[in-house]
Design a protein around this ligand. Sequence first.
Ligand code: PGA
Length: 252
Amino acid sequence: MIRKKFVCGNWKLHKTVAESVELALAVERGLLAAEPVEVAVAPVFTALHAVAEKLDPAKVALAAQDCFWEDEGAWTGEVSARLLADVGCRYVIIAHSERRQHCGETDASANRKVKAVLRQGLRPILCVGETLTERDGDRAFSVVQRQLAGGLAGLSAGDAEQLVIAYEPVWAIGTGRTATPDQAQTMHHFIRSKLLELFGDVANAMRIQYGGSVKPENARQLLEQPDIDGALVGGAALKADDFLRIVKYRNT
Ligand code: PGA
C-alpha cells in the first residue's frame, strides 16, 4: 500500500495576516512542480482567507487549527467547519494536545468536531498522544487507544478514508525531545492495528502523521519508518526553509 506522505505546518498562535501570507507563499515557491509529498499549512483563523486567496490549493492545502461542532447558531466566538470550508480549507486539525490540556477538549468534543468536519466534506486531522506521566506509567498505549475509540466513535469506513491521524506524544511537543524512530514506529503500528479493527482494510490507506519536535535534522529518520506517513510540524514550520527541508526530507 503506497500512502503519499503528508506534511502539515501547524503555525499555532503565530503570525499576522501579512506574515502568514508571506510564509505561505515562501513555502509554495519552494516546492517542486510535482512534489511527491502532500503539503498543508495551518495559519490562525484570521489569516485563513487572505492566505487562501494567494495560495494555489493544488500545491499547498489550507488547514485550520480547530473548529466548532455546530454549523451555525448562537455560539458566540466559535468558528464552524462550514465557515472553514467557505474560506477554502481542506483540512482541520482536531483535538491538538494544547487544546486537550488548556481548552477543555475531550474525546467526546473531538468526536463531535470530527463529524462536523466530515459533514462539510473536509478532512479532519485527529491528534492523539500521551503525556510523559502516562508514558512513564506504561499507559501510553491505553491512552492512545482510548483517544482513538472516543474520537472516532460512530464513523464508517467511508468516513475513515477522509481521515488523518496525528500521533503527537505530549512530552515531545515544543520540547526539542523527539520520540525515537523506533518509539514512534511502534506507536504508529499500534494505531494502525486499532484502525484496522475499527475500519478494516481502509486503515492501510490512512495516513498517520508523527508530531513533536520534528526538525530538518530528524525528519528523514522518522519519515522513513513504514507506518509514519508524514509529519505535523510546529516550531520548524514557522521558517519556510526549515519546513521545506522537512518536506524534502528524502534529499537530506
Ligand atoms: P513542535 O509542535 O513541532 O513545535 O513540537 C508540533 C505540534 O504541536 O503540532
